[in-house]
Design a protein around this ligand. Structure first.
Ligand code: KDG
Ligand code: MG
Length: 412
């Protein structure tokens, strides 16, 4: 099974996506997702200019060897651009191997460890009535676990809240589904950690009073807090029994999680900006987290994320793979196959893509009664309509960024 073609397809149906399409000499097609929000063209160039030419003529079955060749052989290691590019190749090769075996991919990863994957959706609101409506709507859609993000009095626009983005092109778009905005420059948002810390515990109290004790609730602090503030928040949220508190402090400062851990038993999730097993070394071996938040798309593919999860399993750490709209249907399918197979699956983030995206990417992926299943077609179960993709050329889009009241740039 020799690789004959490797093409990079950039398309922007509802948002930008970067897809690698690998075709073999026996006519099989494998797909990989390489979408890196706000930096899509950097990965597209890395793949098209430096990786795709090296794939031609290689044996598509040699997944581990290709991974090591691209990682060790490239000399410049790790980092989101490199690891997203390696991921796209790795997932495309797994897709091909499973198609050649005529099996859904999860069968090659050890077979199903469960019947479906518990998924969580994003509820948000500028105030409690809006937030409660959003929670109700998610429950009606079947979600059995829900992330709660709330507006903070005095702050105009903040992460994760449905609002009208500042750019004209995106007016009226629900922001909880898509933080990136199509515009020449990133939108500017506000931040004030003390106002946030005063407000959030009361919101969780209200949500528990309204929806009861059973519903798993999650929350994303999105890298904003110092370790001291993160510890205060974790402690203040303990009475509301969170499933997890995510990115309570920036992930680079891993040692600081020791301090957070000493002060709170609220479960912690981290990793959407980490991209290698070495990034996880301290936080896994010291058990400073409960959930691995990496996406297959940004972490060197199925080969590498499976390795991270096997390492995490030694410490009773589970998966909580990143699944925002910037992970394409190809990346979501890869996460679903991996999550179905591994023993230490925890939960999967899932936000639905738009209708234009679903027309570009055909999918066997199902979301039924709050559970995800990747389907039973050979491979990933995703097809790419290249003509449909061609109707939506790349559009410049960025994630927003934050400033404090005095104008200082803060973590977004
Ligand atoms: O591209 C970055 C977004 O996907 C990220 O900000 C969303 O934090 C996020 C989440 O938990 O989905
Ligand atoms: Mg997050």
């Amino acid at each position: 099974m020799k690789i004959e073609r490797a093409e990079v397809i950039v398309t922007s149906p509802d948002r930008n996506f970067v897809t690698l399409k690998v075709t073999t000499d026996d006519g099989l097609v494998g797909l990989g997702d390489a979408t890196l929000n706000g930096r899509e063209l950097a990965v597209a160039s890395y793949l098209a200019d430096h990786v795709a030419p090296l794939l031609i003529g290689r044996d598509a079955h040699r997944i581990e060897d290709t991974w090591q060749f691209l990682y060790r052989g490239g000399y410049w290691r790790r980092g989101p651009v490199t690891m997203a590019a390696i991921s796209a190749v790795d997932v495309a090769l797994w897709d091909l191997k499973a198609k050649a075996a005529n099996l859904p991919l999860y069968q090659l990863l050890g077979g199903a460890s469960r019947t479906g994957l518990l998924a969580y959706g994003h509820a948000s609101g500028r105030d409690l009535p809006e937030l409660f409506d959003s929670v109700r709507s998610h429950l009606e859609q079947g979600y059995r676990a829900i992330r709660i993000q709330t507006g903070v009095p005095g702050l105009r626009a903040i992460y994760g809240i449905a609002s009208n983005p500042t750019s004209e092109a995106n007016k009226g778009v629900r922001y909880d589904h898509e933080p990136a905005q199509r515009a020449a420059r990133p939108a500017e948002e506000d931040w004030d950690s003390r106002a946030y810390l005063r407000h959030v515990p009361g919101v969780f109290e209200a949500v528990r009073n309204e929806f009861g004790p059973e519903l798993p609730l999650l929350h994303d602090a999105h890298h904003r807090l110092t370790p001291t503030q993160a510890a205060q928040l974790g402690k203040a949220l303990e009475p509301y029994d969170l499933f997890w508190l995510e990115d309570c402090t920036p992930a680079e400062n891993q040692e600081s999680l020791r301090f957070v851990r000493q002060h709170t038993t609220t479960p912690l999730a981290i990793g959407e900006v980490l991209n290698s097993i070495w990034d996880y070394q301290t936080i896994i071996t010291e058990r400073l987290i409960d959930y691995v938040r990496s996406a297959v798309t940004h972490t060197g593919g199925i080969t590498h994320l499976k390795r991270i999860m096997e390492f995490a399993a030694l410490y009773q750490i589970k998966s909580g793979f990143h699944g925002p709209t910037d992970v394409s249907p190809v990346g979501m399918a890869a996460a679903a196959h991996l999550g179905l197979a591994i023993h230490n699956f925890g939960i999967q983030e899932y936000m639905k893509h738009g209708a234009r995206t679903d027309a570009v990417f055909g999918q066997t992926f199902r979301f039924t009664d709050g559970l995800i299943h990747p389907g039973d077609e050979p491979g990933l179960g995703v097809s790419l309509d290249v003509d449909e993709a061609g109707r939506y050329p790349y559009q410049t889009a960025y994630l927003p960024y934050n400033r404090l009241a005095d104008g200082t740039v803060h973590d977004w």
